[in-house]
Design a protein around this ligand. Structure first.
Ligand SMILES: NC(=O)c1ccc[n+]([C@@H]2O[C@H](COP(=O)([O-])OP(=O)(O)OC[C@H]3O[C@@H](n4cnc5c(N)ncnc54)[C@H](OP(=O)(O)O)[C@@H]3O)[C@@H](O)[C@H]2O)c1
Length: 328
């Protein structure tokens, strides 16, 4: 059997992504073949394609893509949890240079899948797992976020950031959403963020201290890093926690020195690699999707694998709010 899949043979811009016909082996024991309906696009994939991710692609012929919604077509020997026809999500804890889900069909080990919650369509499904698992794992499990806590969410217009606003609200916390320019302010307020700071116009530290009555926030949830990370300590209360989960600024992160505080580097893989972690995320996500408190923010939808270069261009323009999804 063959499938169309997106490959790249050299590091570069979105134009290095090509759609090719490749062989697709039958599912081995413990593996599942999935017909992909939609893929969620992540900054990690743009970084991997351009050589800025934390591990390098094997070239030529690297695959790409962490996140997909699809339907099970065939299961290998020993697979008990899935049957043909089941709607599933790819659970984003794999080497996407090898298992990349930018494809019409993929064969994945069963532990790389989770069930798609009932009533969630392919576009919402492809936008859900990585953003909410990172927001929940990074803020609630690693950051200890609870009811009444203030959390500063930088990069709040991103796929993860929009999920983080909803996640904070769902646990009863108070999100302070930060975006650089003023353009996305209205969209973030519409998501229910009670406070939105456009950091090109307003000082994030001073404004956070004002919002919190001088005390400082309990948690900072930051995907940017770089030298600016040090200053975020000024937005925290004493003994607060800064969770760093990305490096949108590629320069080395500088440590906040407003001690005492806790700095945690968050890697979602450590949570979703275990069955217990996947079950906790699935329970949190499922409950939120059911009651509507978690609803993936879809910034743009493209059609066809050939549109992935355009989807990457949009992501790297930073003009989107929420998730970019490609229907396959
Ligand atoms: N650690 C983990 O396990 C984990 C899991 C998932 C994602 N991540 C990381 O989380 C980050 C966000 O991913 P995503 O897919 O949600 O991103 P995304 O949708 O592409 O959004 C990124 C947003 O961040 C802001 N931004 C971009 N560059 C920036 C910079 N240099 N300084 C400040 N803000 C900047 C922009 O918003 P404004 O223009 O509105 O400011 C942009 O729209 C990435 O670094 C990704 O690798 C980490």
């Amino acid at each position: 059997m063959t499938t169309k899949a997106v490959l790249f043979h050299e590091i570069g811009g979105p134009e290095v992504l090509t759609v090719e016909e490749i062989a697709l082996p039958a599912p081995a024991p413990g593996e599942v073949r999935v017909r992909v309906e939609a893929v969620g696009v992540n900054r990690a994939e743009a970084l991997f394609r351009s050589g800025g991710y934390y591990y390098a692609p094997t070239l030529p012929g690297s695959r790409l893509g962490y996140e997909a919604a699809g339907v099970v077509e065939e299961v290998g020997a020993g697979v008990e949890g899935y049957a043909p026809g089941d709607p599933v999500l790819a659970a984003a804890n794999f080497d996407f240079g090898v298992h990349g889900v930018y494809a019409e069909r993929v064969v994945l080990p069963q532990e790389y899948l989770v069930r798609r919650p009932t009533g969630v369509d392919a576009v919402a499904g492809a936008a859900a797992w990585l953003a909410y698992s990172t927001a929940y794992g990074g803020m609630v499990e690693a950051g200890g976020l609870g009811p009444g806590d203030h959390v500063v969410i930088t990069g709040a217009s991103s796929g993860v950031g929009t999920a983080a606003i909803q996640t904070a609200l769902r646990v009863g916390a108070i999100p302070i959403a930060a975006t650089r320019g003023p353009d996305k302010r209205a969209a973030l307020l519409a998501l229910g963020a009670p406070h939105v700071i456009a950091t090109d116009e307003t000082d994030l530290v001073e404004e956070t201290r004002r919002i919190t009555g001088g005390r400082g926030a309990d948690l900072v949830f930051d995907p940017v890093g770089g030298p600016g990370f040090a200053r975020l300590g000024g937005a925290l209360r004493p003994e607060g926690t800064a969770v760093l989960y990305g490096w949108l600024d590629p320069r080395p992160a500088e440590l906040p020195m407003q001690w005492p505080l806790t700095v945690r580097g968050y890697a979602n893989g450590a949570l979703v690699r275990t069955p217990e972690g996947r079950a906790r995320v699935a329970a949190f996500l499922g409950a939120g999707l059911r009651d509507g408190s978690l609803a993936p923010v879809i910034g743009a939808v493209f059609d066809g694998l050939a549109s992935l270069p355009e989807a990457h261009r949009l992501m790297e323009s930073n003009s989107h709010t929420g998730k970019i999804v490609v229907r396959v």
